[in-house]
Design a protein around this ligand. Structure first.
Ligand code: GLA
Length: 570
């Protein structure tokens, strides 16, 4: 109640509701925020540092301890960074006579355990690198067929985090080959961590997204290796770059969440500080803001012992880190693209609060407008804070506009009114979702999903039956609606849309309310008849409609929710 009254000072429309004191019925905009943190080893995206991006194989024990000390001394630890992660090249190609992994004595003369103890002494955690195949990408011993032994070894060294790589190159259609290897290591780590009392975070690095990796890992790489470029060099076969990783990761937003974070790879922020690259500070700020709103792991990849003041300020901006670490755990979604400008948003764990990044990929400064009803808020007044400058911009009506430099971002927190709860019989396509993520363009209202533009799909049609109302999605996709605890049922007819290529496509529909799965279609393919959904929502506050790819590797599955509606109090 008190929170709402504070909010209503900002929102003229709600102001009269404040006068009544604390008695009266609970206000309809109260969604019981803040919600509690998820359980598990990675309830928010892991934060730390990794040696690979800047140093490659140039690593040894004193260097790693120096980085840990710098994380401790520089303000990085205070800002939330925890994991000091050693990447490839710490070990030998050969195993010991008992079959165990061996540290490289030239680099880590006393082994890994004393490094872990030093790192732990600073209040930090130690991460290490391994590989699901017979050898790592740097030709050190891989863990294939040694998963249990290696997990036990790592646990005995007090390792807290394992990044698990994908060499040797598994070739085309690698999913079925590599999946059991990653799963074997997850099981081995869980067992070893339980036995030692020191659980181990598992970072799946399979260079591409796989649905099974959301279960195998606490985070899963969705991209090939990032490189210290803003966009990919068109003359190079190496396509890694900041914007490339961002855009490969973005369509997967519906999968991101606690203990299954989408990982667009480690940060490059600061890696041009020494003149070794051509990424500007403006671009690094954008890189950081976009990783933050994408709920990406924030794993710095620069020299923490030697940071420019600007690099340090970017990496330790607590208000931007807070949107990354927000307990709702949603991956910010691309809400709208206007040529070279785009709007990214996600709800935060606070009534009416949204994190917003306005990105300008153009060559000149652009004025970008964000309408509050485009980021899952009701229209009307909202308070805007600039998180890069950590300064309030004021209260604005319906929209906010700002000049954004070339390759720059505006990173904002916007606090306004939640959209009104549904009343009576309401088609969900007539409601404003507080969150909407879709693999291909926007979630469509009353149409099937088409391509990247809004309203570019065919009418919703499942096995020949047309639905004039409903939602059109391309898996993976998720929408979330407020219910205000006042709705009784959700119903729909769901299936792969007839506009999916020649009856192809397999998806899985789920209806989730306040974290509880109320409906699960299991896998449905393009020839399955429409499936009726009918679930009870009594008392529920948030309704999530989720469509996943059903592990079939296809990312262009059109999934339709015909006649999707809620029954609510008037
Ligand atoms: C792969 C990974 C990188 C890094 C190197 C190390 O390329 O994707 O992140 O770990 O291996 O060899």
């Amino acid at each position: 109640m008190r929170k709402l009254c504070l909010l209503s000072i900002l929102t003229a429309a709600l102001a009269p509701a404040c006068g009544g004191g604390a008695s009266g019925p609970p206000p309809e905009t109260d969604d019981d925020f803040p919600l509690p943190l998820a359980s598990g080893l990675a309830p928010t995206p892991p934060m730390g540092w990794n040696s690979w991006n800047k140093f490659g194989c140039n690593i040894n024990a004193s260097f790693v301890m120096g980085i840990a000390q710098a994380m401790h001394d520089s303000g990085m630890q205070d800002a939330g960074y925890r994991y000091v992660n050693i990447d490839d090249c710490w070990s030998l190609a050969a195993r010991a006579t008992d079959g165990s992994l061996q540290h490289d004595p030239a680099r880590f003369p006393q082994g890994i355990k004393p490094v872990a103890e030093f790192v732990h002494g600073l209040g930090l955690k130690l991460g290490i690198y391994g590989d699901r195949g017979i050898e790592t990408c740097g030709h050190r011993a891989g863990s294939e067929d040694h998963e249990v032994q290696d997990a036990t070894t790592l646990a005995s060294w007090e390792v807290d985090y394992l990044k698990y790589d994908n060499c040797p190159d598994p070739g085309p259609n690698p999913g079925p080959i590599i999946q059991p290897r990653f799963e074997a290591m997850r099981a081995a780590l869980d067992a070893a961590g339980q036995a030692s009392g020191r659980p181990i975070v598992f970072s799946v690095c399979a260079w591409s997204f796989y649905e099974w990796a959301t279960r195998a890992g606490h985070l899963q790489r969705t991209t090939t290796d990032i490189k210290n470029f803003w966009t990919a060099d068109p003359n190079s076969t190496d396509r890694g770059a900041i914007i490339t990783s961002l855009k490969t990761n973005a369509p997967l937003a519906a999968y991101g969440g606690p203990n299954q974070w989408n990982d667009p790879d480690m940060l490059e922020v600061g890696n041009s500080d020494d003149g070794a690259g051509n990424v500007t500070d403006v671009e690094y700020q954008s890189h950081f803001s976009l990783w933050a709103i994408s709920a990406a792991p924030l794993i710095a990849g620069n020299d923490l012992r030697n940071m420019s003041e600007t690099t340090k300020a970017i990496l330790t901006n607590r208000e931007i880190i807070a949107i990354n670490q927000d307990a709702l755990g949603l991956q910010g979604a691309l809400m709208k693209t206007m040529g070279e400008q785009s709007i990214w948003a996600k709800p935060l764990n606070e009534n009416g609060a949204r994190a917003v990044v306005l990105l300008n990929e153009g060559a000149a400064t652009a004025n970008i407008t964000v309408r509050f009803d485009e980021i899952g808020l009701a229209g009307g007044s909202a308070k805007v804070r600039d998180l890069q400058a950590q300064a309030d911009k004021g209260t604005f009506k319906d929209s906010f506009a700002v000049d954004v430099p070339s390759h720059g971002t505006a990173t904002l927190k916007i606090v306004g009114a939640e959209p009104p709860r549904p009343k009576g019989t309401a088609f969900v396509s007539d409601l404003t979702p507080i969150y909407a993520a879709n693999a291909l363009g926007p979630v469509e209202r009353d149409l099937a999903n088409g391509s990247t533009d809004a309203a570019d799909g065919a009418p919703i049609k499942i096995r020949g039956t047309t639905y004039t109302k409903g939602l059109g999605m391309s898996a993976p996709s998720a929408v979330i609606y407020r219910l205000g605890g006042k709705c009784s049922t959700f119903s729909a007819q769901v299936g792969v849309d007839d506009s999916s290529t020649a009856g192809m496509g397999t998806v899985r529909f789920k209806v989730i309310a306040d974290g509880e799965t109320l409906f699960d279609s299991q896998n449905v393919n393009g020839t399955a008849p429409a499936m009726a959904v009918n679930v009870t929502l009594t008392g529920k506050r948030r309704l999530k409609l989720l469509v996943t790819n059903a592990d079939d590797g296809s990312s262009l599955d059109r999934a339709s929710w015909g006649d999707a509606k809620v029954e609510c109090e008037p």
